[in-house]
Design a protein around this ligand. Structure first.
Ligand code: C2E
Ligand code: MG
Ligand code: MG
Ligand code: MG
Length: 285
């Protein structure tokens, strides 16, 4: 009986899996047309300097407005897109959208935009040339852009990723390692990556509030980051107490709902005006 039960539950599971992968395939084929149908949106989330309280930059985060399903968050489609070459088109779309927005961002005191790169982008030796072409199309400069990558994106082929990152660095881009500490290999490869910034994964920042032992990890990551000459950014800063503690620990920048959620550019500009007015009144971050 036990064996039969197991078998049946396996079949049920399998069918559910097939349905899920069918739904994902359908989503992927729609995603192929999302760009040309004008369904992609650029959202931007502010990054704040924890010491001065000034706006340090913004991260570009992709949104898909599906004609039937409405707003689809990136967690629902990016992982599938990453299994296909579609991700490379998405990256270029986000990059160009961010570059196009840059003059306005700068006018609102936001000097740098961060863009997320996936594994396939890093494996693409033509990526630097493609980005260059978009920069010159819009008269933009690499120094105003930061490219974020994760350790899992790098791990597929560390030598090749290093090569792409080094080329990007030579061109003047700022480079960042995202979700740091989430994977298993972080410490082992950090010293070999030519990055400027380390973003401490949100789990540690959220965990800090409830577990002092998690704060020791954050402290250690800030320390290692600084020893390597990196700027350390905390993601997932959800309240003032965490922002304050991170500032005390010497963390350079914070990003999270406490400061502002990802939002369309015009909303970010309203946010930036309010933030700067508040800051001029001497209120803490
Ligand atoms: P990420 O690059 O680590 O981006 C940070 C994620 O944390 C964003 O989720 C952001 O909305 C969320 N977040 C920020 N502050 C808080 C907070 O205080 N609390 C909580 N709970 N969450 C916070 P989002 O926008 O849903 O994006 C998820 C992931 O999807 C990103 O993680 C990134 O890996 C990927 N992604 C988004 N846009 C792009 C893109 O244009 N290209 C690529 N390759 N990946 C992207
Ligand atoms: Mg990111
Ligand atoms: Mg992250
Ligand atoms: Mg992430």
């Amino acid at each position: 009986y036990a064996a039969k039960d197991r078998r049946e539950s396996f079949i049920v599971y399998d069918a559910a899996f097939d349905r899920e992968s069918e739904a994902n395939l359908a989503l992927l084929s729609e995603l192929r047309h999302a760009r040309d149908n004008g369904e992609l949106r650029l959202h931007l989330q502010p990054k704040v300097d924890l010491k001065s309280g000034r706006i340090a930059g913004a991260e570009a985060l992709l949104r898909w407005v599906h004609p039937q399903r409405g707003l689809i968050p990136p967690g629902r489609f990016i992982p599938y897109a990453e299994d296909t070459p579609i991700i490379k088109d998405l990256t270029l779309w986000v990059f160009e959208a961010a570059v196009r927005e840059q003059p306005s961002l700068r006018a609102h005191g936001i000097g740098r935009v961060s863009i997320n790169l996936s594994a396939r982008d890093l494996m693409d030796l033509d990526l630097p040339a493609k980005l260059d072409a978009l920069l010159s199309k819009h008269g933009a400069e690499a120094s105003g852009l930061c490219l974020e990558t994760t350790e899992s994106a790098v791990m597929g082929d560390i030598a090749r990723a290093q090569q792409t990152l080094t080329r990007l660095r030579e061109r003047g881009y700022k480079l960042s390692i995202d979700d740091f500490g989430e994977g298993q290999t972080s410490m082992r490869y950090l010293k070999d990556l030519p990055v400027h910034e380390l973003k401490v994964d949100m789990v540690f920042i959220k965990g800090m509030q409830t577990d002092p032992r998690t704060e020791y990890i954050v402290k250690a990551l800030i320390e290692v980051g600084h020893q390597y000459g990196l700027s350390v950014v905390a993601e997932g800063v959800e309240n003032a107490a965490v922002a304050l503690r991170l500032a005390e620990l010497g963390c350079n920048e914070g990003q999270g709902w406490h400061f502002g959620k990802p939002m369309p550019a015009d909303e970010l500009y309203r946010w930036a005006r309010a933030w700067t007015a508040r800051e001029e009144q001497g209120q803490p971050a």
